[in-house]
Ligand binder design. Structure first.
Ligand SMILES: [Zn+2]
Length: 146
């Protein structure tokens, strides 16, 4: 069982598109359809992050649930392409640790926050630099902007 998107050129030279349901392989109907026929496996697109699509029959009609989209009779969940929207991933900060050049037990942390594009460093050089960008930040900038 499968759904097919089926196009054929009618006598006016226009393409007609239909979704048809077949049991087994697609059989092209007789000569009345002309010689320009296009068919491909068709799937309904369904978008939802977590709820799986289901098929529900009601009053002789077939619906794709839970969005109540009417689909052709014979549609099964195999004919549904479940598109899961990608959740926005929070980007993890980039953290570097530097040892102070004047005393080995002092370390400074340099952080880059990709979400905001901001840099942070807790070394004293940051306060000396007129633009608050110490050498660590400048180094990290070069790395992340590669
Ligand atoms: Zn620094």
């Amino acid at each position: 069982m499968a759904l097919w998107e089926f196009k054929n050129l009618n006598k006016h030279g226009n393409y007609r598109t239909r979704i048809i349901h077949t049991n087994g392989a697609l059989s092209i109907p007789g000569s009345g359809f002309g010689h320009s026929i296009f068919a491909r496996r068709f799937k309904y697109k369904y978008e939802h992050p977590v709820m799986p699509p289901t098929i529900f029959k009601h009053n002789g009609k077939t619906y794709l649930m839970p969005i109540w989209k009417e689909v052709i009779d014979g549609t099964t969940v195999d004919d549904i392409e479940w598109v899961k929207p990608k959740p926005k991933v929070k980007q993890e900060p980039v953290i570097e640790t530097h040892t102070s050049s004047s005393s080995a037990d002092k370390t400074y942390k340099t952080v880059y926050y990709p979400d905001s594009g901001k840099f942070y460093c807790d070394c004293p050089g940051r306060w000396r630099a007129f633009d608050n960008r110490c050498k660590h930040i400048k180094e990290l900038e070069l790395k992340v902007n590669k």
